[in-house]
Design a protein around this ligand. Structure first.
Ligand code: SF4
Length: 656
């Protein structure tokens, strides 16, 4: 029995833990007291990660649909011969934000170098991509500007539209600690979340109006001439701010002008301030992130200790997966594939030309029935992709690479098993750009390969071997091609609890908070478009997450205690629930746990009423974790659901 250090691979916080390992079995998990992020804490998910790692629901043999269980050699040969039938535009790779940096880098290289396609993307990407685009356009850094370690140094902390205590509980705990120690914690949201209850000030805005609220705060600062106007594009930004309907802000957003003034004054007076908002599958739109970022640029809260514009990734390696170039237009470290110098650098290193056609995301290819997609390789995915079941069934070839069984496996012509993260070395980059090494803790429980090695074997079958001897070799190649990772190596990481990029050869300590050479205001793409309730659909429905059921079910299904909590919710509300205010329940004529029908223009769903003071009158809330109950409803509104935390659907609620 030994206690091995590692990193929790559930969410983007990246907490440090010790796993109690006996042979190939993980018997328990303990928090690391010296870890700089988690400081001896784990959330309910992290405390139960050993259950996931010990699950029997593993994929243990390669499988080919017409032949059954086969050797790796045969399965790889089948995959290679199937993919070789199609043009690069007809092939796509669906990378996983849970895979390690090494695994995702190898997959990106396989897609671009071996199969010559730029069709590679991540699940859960839209929200985080919006955040990265805004931050890159504004500062040149495509990642969280601040640091989790700095939370306690911020005088003002703002949480925008996210229940951080549910999504990233240890960050929520850190914010709570800071608030108890004197920081001013403000939550701006359309629902009274747990973090809102722990905040000193809760600003309740109408669903879908958060962008306008942040713009109104900036408008107020600018009008008082308190802002930092030195940043680039200030004049254009000022013109944009002139469009903010400040005189009718209460009517538009539900937020009082005095509340806007309160936040503006506190933000300007504070020496340090940081903002946190959801990223990933429930992220914010580009324009909302731009409004949040611009306010902080105007308030002079960028590039200083205790400051930061901080998108919080829900999934453990979402940031790292983008860093590894798992996007149609990106190489590693946010280097554009359209940038001739970057592309040439990769071509020189890899000895072949890279594809030039504009790639598409897998979601774009699956949702467009006229797209040329014929062959899809899916890595370690949740059940969410099953919403495209009909399209998946119609594809001539689907391959699945993963450690655990799930519904996606049923669509695959070839299934290739891989190790779990404790059975191989790998690095994960958390939401604050911290690259952490999770070393191998035990031999694989089954005769399965690590993904980086499997990808190399596939490349070798196409006569373009990558020649990796270890995961460390992969990281060395990443470092050689990626300026932000330049100084990172397994030797360095084995001595530290991770290092935050940029980490150069000269600066091995990494970068706690990003100091841009130049700060620019980021102009929005679209005009305001808040969804309005109507007489027919008088309630604004919001969608959200829950702590015990998360990662779109696949992973949490395999951990007993979170599953027990979820089942306890279902005991009370077997059809799932819609939370409404007591006044609205009275008006509809329903009591707690009564069945209702939630009707929208394009779809309806059954649910049970949860009467709650946490939602304002005229609004309703459904946690989208009860996917089975509301799947068809969500599918009908997938365009709106993809707006994440801002998704707002007008509905009526009928007693049944
Ligand atoms: S907060 Fe996230 S990383 Fe930390 S223990 Fe919980 S799930 Fe794991």
């Amino acid at each position: 029995m030994s206690y091995m250090p590692g990193v929790c691979t559930f969410c983007g916080t990246g907490c440090g833990h010790y796993l109690k390992v006996d042979g190939t079995s993980v018997q328990g998990v303990f928090p690391s007291r010296v870890h700089p992020v988690s400081k001896g804490r784990l959330c309910v998910r992290g405390w139960n990660i050993h259950e996931l790692l010990s699950t029997q629901e593993r994929i243990i043999r390669p499988y080919v649909k017409d032949s059954g269980q086969v050797s790796y050699k045969d399965a790889i040969a089948k995959l290679v011969s199937a993919l070789s039938l199609y043009k690069p535009e007809e092939i796509a790779f669906y990378a996983s934000p849970r895979s390690s940096n090494e695994d995702n880098f190898a997959l990106m290289k396989l897609a671009r170098l071996v199969f010559k396609t730029n069709n590679i993307s991540l699940q859960a990407e839209s929200g985080h991509r919006n955040s990265l685009d805004v931050l890159y356009n504004g500062t040149g850094f495509a990642g969280m500007l601040g640091s989790l370690e700095d939370i306690r140094k911020a005088e003002v902390l703002i949480v925008a539209g996210m229940d951080i205590t549910t999504q990233n509980p240890i960050i929520g705990s850190e914010l709570h600690y800071a608030a108890r120690s004197g920081s001013l914690l403000i939550t701006i949201d359309s629902r009274m979340t747990k973090i809102a209850k722990l905040s000193k000030k809760f600003i309740n805005c109408k669903p879908g109006t958060m962008r306008m609220v942040f713009d109104a705060i900036a408008y107020y600062i600018d009008k008082q001439q308190w802002g930092d106007t030195k940043s680039a594009h200030y004049e254009e930004y000022k013109k944009y701010l002139a469009t903010v309907p400040f005189d009718s802000i209460e009517k538009e957003t539900g937020v009082l002008p005095a509340e806007v003034a309160f936040v503006a004054e506190r933000l300007i007076k504070a020496k340090s301030a940081a903002v946190f908002f959801s990223s990933g599958i429930s992220g914010l739109s580009y324009d909302t992130v731009a409004s949040i970022y611009n306010l902080f640029a105007l308030a002079g809260k960028i590039g200083k200790e205790g400051c930061g514009v901080n998108p919080i990734a829900g999934i453990n390696n979402l940031q790292g997966s983008f860093d590894m170039g798992c996007a149609p237009d990106l190489l590693t470290g946010y280097q554009s594939i359209d940038d001739a110098t970057s592309k040439k650098k990769f071509e020189k290193k890899w000895g072949q030309e890279l594809p030039t056609f504009k790639g598409k995301t897998v979601e774009q290819l699956l949702s467009d029935s006229s797209s040329p997609l014929k062959a899809l390789v899916i890595v370690d995915h949740d059940d969410g992709i099953v919403k495209y079941a009909d399209r998946l069934k119609s594809l001539p070839f689907v391959a699945y690479i993963g450690a655990f069984t799930n519904k996606v496996v049923d669509f695959a012509h070839v299934v290739l098993p891989i190790t779990t993260y404790i059975e191989t070395d790998g690095t994960f980059t958390n939401t604050e750009r911290r690259v952490q090494l999770a070393s191998q803790k035990c031999a694989p429980a089954f005769d399965v390969m690590p993904m980086w090695k499997l990808i190399d074997a596939i490349a070798e079958a196409k006569s373009i071997p990558f020649n990796y001897k270890s995961a460390s070799d992969v990281m060395d190649e990443i470092a050689s091609l990626t300026p932000a990772y330049e100084g990172i190596s397994y030797t360095l990481l084995s001595k530290k609890h991770g290092v935050q990029w940029p980490c150069t050869k000269k600066n091995h300590d990494g970068t706690k908070y990003c100091v841009p050479e130049k700060v620019s205001f980021v102009l929005p793409h679209k005009p305001y478009a808040a969804v309005q309730a109507t007489q027919e659909y008088p309630y604004l429905l919001m969608l959200g997450k829950a702590q015990h059921y998360w990662h779109q079910n696949n992973i949490m299904h395999k951990t007993f205690i979170p599953l027990r909590e979820y089942n306890a919710t279902l005991l009370l509300y077997p059809d799932g629930y819609v939370a409404i205010a007591p006044e609205d329940a009275k008006q509809i004529g329903v009591r707690d746990r009564w069945p209702v029908k939630v009707v929208a223009e394009k779809a309806s769903m059954k649910a049970m009423v949860m009467i709650s003071d946490d939602v304002a009158p005229g609004t309703a809330y459904v946690p989208y974790f009860i996917r089975e109950g509301i799947a068809s409803f969500l599918l009908a509104y997938s365009d709106i659901v993809s707006q994440g935390e801002e998704a707002t659907i007008p509905v009526r609620i009928e007693k049944v």
